[in-house]
Design a protein around this ligand. Structure first.
Ligand code: SAM
Ligand code: DTB
Ligand code: SF4
Length: 334
């Protein structure tokens, strides 16, 4: 049974178990609710990079920090569609377009993003966008264009949020998630660890995600990629044990959700990533760049899949039976 009434005390108790006990429990939940051994391969593309007015202190794309990221305007549609085609040929089943925007504006750039969404959907990929805040009307337009999922991370706990970002509030973030949900778009929301937060903050963020009216279908767990020029450039790297606690707790709280081992893999040996898959992670981003920072290259991931006996998950497996999606594989309950 899926629960959205977890108490903070329950989440705290799950999270603070001895780490091997926690991973064992999460692995059992993973085996019950997911096709273990299947990992979804996704591709990210930054369609509009840098120059962002926000002050997210982790982010290399905020205009106010000097990070050396090469800013560019919205990419031409054809370039984005060609990148999606290459991603599909390389085995990705989800394509996520990111824009360094505070929020979506009703302008020609948004019209162009809507066209990109339609074209990528026509390729049979799960199309995802992360464009900042959206209102109900914009979410509805994205849905009509064929958007499958929208990524909007809570990033950290409500309590720690103002230490990291001051140019918008936690409630703004939650409002966008509500607008996305109302439009019938699949919700992708997670966070970053390594921002100087405490265990209590990590637990509170997981509690917030797991007690939304419905669990997000997708929860990315990012380890901070410290970038020179950002206020968090000198943060120590997170350890595998911290990633495991986050992934395993997310898996136990939200059994049917895709838990994505997201930023931070570049620094993780295969043995550490293997533990994350055991603890319930079932997706990675593929390709040598995330949005602006390095990621393991395609060959390294192919090798990892071969070593661990992992297979790439098909697209649209989370679509309820009966729903029709262009290019979808038949829905399989898992
Ligand atoms: N501007 C939009 C927004 O903030 O929602 C979309 C793009 S933003 C870059 C997407 C997500 O990337 C952020 O919410 C954050 O969780 C993640 N991210 C950004 N910089 C990161 C970093 N240095 N390390 C790890 N994750 C990062
Ligand atoms: C998410 O949670 N992680 C991805 C995706 N959603 C958009 C982005 C990670 C970005 C890491 C920093 C960068 O490459 O700029
Ligand atoms: Fe802008 Fe998004 Fe980066 Fe924040 S995380 S600075 S909103 S691109």
């Amino acid at each position: 049974m899926l629960r959205t009434d977890w108490t903070l005390a329950e989440v705290n108790a799950i999270y603070h178990q001895p780490v091997l006990e926690l991973v064992t429990q999460a692995a059992a939940v993973h085996r019950e609710f997911q096709a273990t051994g299947e990992v979804q391969v996704c591709t990210l593309l930054s369609v509009k990079t840098g120059g962002c007015p926000e002050d997210c202190s982790y982010c290399p794309q905020a205009a106010r920090y000097h990070t050396g990221v090469q800013a560019h305007k919205l990419l031409p549609d054809a370039e984005v569609i060609a990148a999606a085609q290459r991603a599909r040929e390389a085995g990705s089943t989800r394509f996520c377009m990111g824009a360094a925007w505070r929020e979506v504006r009703d302008n020609r750039d948004f019209d162009r993003v809507l066209n990109m969404v339609t074209e990528v959907n026509n390729l049979g990929l799960e199309v995802c966008c992360t464009l900042g805040m959206v209102n109900e009307y914009q979410a509805e337009r994205l849905k009509q264009a064929g958007l499958y999922a929208y990524n909007h991370n809570l990033d950290t706990s409500a309590e720690h949020y103002s230490e990291i970002i001051t140019t918008r509030t936690y409630d703004d973030r939650l409002d966008t998630l509500e607008n996305v949900r109302k439009a019938g778009i699949s919700v992708c929301s997670g966070g970053i660890i390594g921002l100087g937060e405490t265990d209590a903050d990590r637990i509170a963020m997981l509690h917030t995600l797991a007690t939304l009216p419905a669990h997000p279908e997708s929860v990315p767990v990012n380890a901070l990629v410290p970038v020179e020029g950002t206020p968090l450039a000198d943060q120590p790297r997170v350890s595998v044990w911290e990633m495991l606690r986050m992934i395993a707790t997310a898996r136990i709280l939200m059994p049917k959700t895709m838990v994505r081992l997201s930023a931070g893999r570049q620094e993780m040996p295969v043995s550490e990533q293997a533990l994350c898959f055991l603890a319930g992670a079932n997706s990675i981003f593929s390709g040598e760049k995330l949005l602006t920072t390095p990621n393991p290259d395609f060959d390294a991931d192919q090798q990892m899949f071969a070593t661990l006996g992992l297979t790439a998950r098909k697209s649209f497996k989370n679509v309820p039976v009966g729903a029709t999606v262009l290019g979808a594989e038949p829905a399989v309950s898992c």
